[in-house]
Design a protein around this ligand. Structure first.
Ligand code: ATP
Length: 224
């Protein structure tokens, strides 16, 4: 039986802006399984980032429940939730967010240091994560010394170094040319093959051939 890594049960998100309620996401049922790469597409403002933020436990649902790898997030306090995020979820953002004064290796080390992994182990694991995205030869480079595609690969290494089950990406290829976008997608596909679940929000049509499943979001409504 395929493992379910993330599940939304009638999960919705409503934002309050002054007197107006904005329904960012209608009540949604969704299962994301180990081994699949999902694309999330839809117009601007349709609720894609909201969906990804719910899956990433960055925001709480207004109603309904979120289950990550068997745990309902509503049963956790802030500290436990932060720990779950660190252990189970890897994030890759469009804006990359590498820390400028830190080298590739130091950026990738961060999640392990935050998770209190033993120093003897951290370096080895960070180096292995960089090797997995073919960036071993750029370990000691600063972000500004790397191309956009290389920076994105370091961001992926950082997202996967703690060995999370769920990898969430918001427009990971937006700033990249066709060749770099293909490398990134091959790498995300590779992660899915290693029985992780990968969800990618994108406007980029070039990514569709890589998807096992495409979710369309329109006006806060998710269609499979
Ligand atoms: N913090 C917030 N407060 C109020 N409204 C919000 C907030 N975050 C998002 N929204 C609203 O929720 C709706 C969905 O936003 P969301 O960011 O999920 O869209 P999106 O599909 O990711 O858009 P884009 O493709 O432009 O990034 C929008 O109407 C937006 O204005």
């Amino acid at each position: 039986m395929t493992r379910i890594i993330a599940r939304l049960e009638q999960a919705s998100k409503v934002y309050q802006s002054g007197d107006t309620e904005i329904i960012a996401l209608q009540p949604t049922d969704l299962e994301i399984k180990a081994g699949e790469l999902i694309l999330v597409i839809g117009p601007s403002g349709s609720g894609k980032t909201t969906l990804l933020s719910l899956l990433g436990c960055v925001i709480y649902p207004t109603a309904g429940r979120v289950n990550i790898n068997g745990t309902y997030t509503s049963t956790l306090n802030e500290t436990e939730l932060a720990k779950l995020r660190l252990q189970e979820i890897g994030f890759v953002f469009q804006s990359i967010n590498l820390i400028a004064p830190l080298t590739s290796l130091e950026n990738v080390l961060l999640p392990l240091q935050l998770a209190n992994v033993k120093p003897a182990e951290t370096k080895e694991r960070a180096a292995a994560a960089l090797a997995a995205v073919n960036m071993s030869d750029r370990q000691h480079f600063l972000p500004k010394e790397l191309s956009g595609g290389q920076q994105q690969r370091v961001a992926i290494a950082r997202a996967l170094v703690a060995n999370p089950e769920l990898i969430l990406c918001d427009e990971p290829t937006a700033a990249l040319d066709a060749a770099s976008a293909e490398v990134i997608m091959q790498e995300l596909k590779q992660l899915a093959r290693q029985n992780k679940a990968v969800a990618v929000v994108t406007h980029d049509k070039r990514l569709e051939p890589y998807a096992d499943r495409i979710l369309k979001v329109e006006n806060g409504l998710v269609k499979q």
